[in-house]
Design a protein around this ligand. Sequence first.
Ligand SMILES: *Cc1c(COP(=O)(O)O)cnc(C)c1O
Length: 362
Amino acid sequence: MSQPTPVTPDTLIRPEVRALGAYRVVDATGLVKLDAMENPYPWPGDLTDAWLARLRDTQLNRYPDPAAAELKQRLRETLQIPAGAELLLGNGSDELIQILITAVGGREAVVMSVDPSFVMYRQIAGGLGMRYVGVPLTADFQLDPSATLTAIEQHRPRVVFLAYPNNPTGNLFDIAAVREIIAATPGLVVLDEAYSAFSGKSFLGRVLDHPNLLVMRTVSKLGLAGLRLGFLVGRPDWLSQLDKLRLPYNINTLTQVSAEFALSNMGVLEQQARKIAADREGLAAAMAALPGLTVFPSQANFILFRVPRGTVDVVFEGLRARGILVKNVSAAGSALNDCLRVTVGSPAETAGFLQALTKCLA
Ligand SMILES: *Cc1c(COP(=O)(O)O)cnc(C)c1O
């Protein structure tokens, strides 16, 4: 009897997974981290002490509450979730995107968003072998209603993701255009409001007005990126279906207890968010005064900017050599060509960034 050919990744792993590029996170060791939209501010010491006291009573020998009932109740109260709406919690909103796309999946199914936008929509659809369509934004990164409606008509997407504000561009879309898209979409529309704390704009209060709308939030950009907690809000009939794909204990006990604690001290996080949003305006103005930069308007906690043609790698590496890590979102031939994205950090971090950027452009 001949030996069977040993199994290899090339024969066993699905082709769509093999074709996928890994999601890369650049090593930030020793660098000022302005690449991932993290809140730069720690908690006041007395808050940390109170949090640690709560953790002391937490039992890690038991499984987490699979329904995360206390945390959900805290979210309802803190964020004024409409009474008739249900909540679904995810291990970061990334997991919710995965659940959503898996639930509506199938090889013929189309996942749609705009281009440029958040990369995980495309990444997760790709890994599941689904078709992804990114409808180009206009030159100033607004929705193109006629192109989007045509694409919806043509591709009949099962789900459309719109980040509001958008990442990596930072802007809010026109509300009337968003409403038109919700009305025209034969599938679900998910408004991804990861940056709502910095924009002051949201569809959350009106999520029940549209039968096919879900609103997604995360605590990551608000200052709790390490907890991994996102949530979907919408009609119970949608969320009870999606909930079947959620792994039973996806929100671990430490996250449940810590998030509940943090949300009961929401004032601290909101104050930090207000400061970051105010500092964003100063940073944008200082950048706009530098020679050769195009600075795009932002309602989030980061700023997208374009450097002189052909210099993006030099500027990115120059910043890194000076101890500053930003995100290089440039891709030749794309709408983001020659573009970098910087998170709004603390005043000291921002000053260091501006000083380094000035030298890189000289
Ligand atoms: C950062 C980001 C997320 C990811 O949020 P997590 O809760 O940390 O997974 C989702 N959507 C957009 C638009 C983001 O920029």
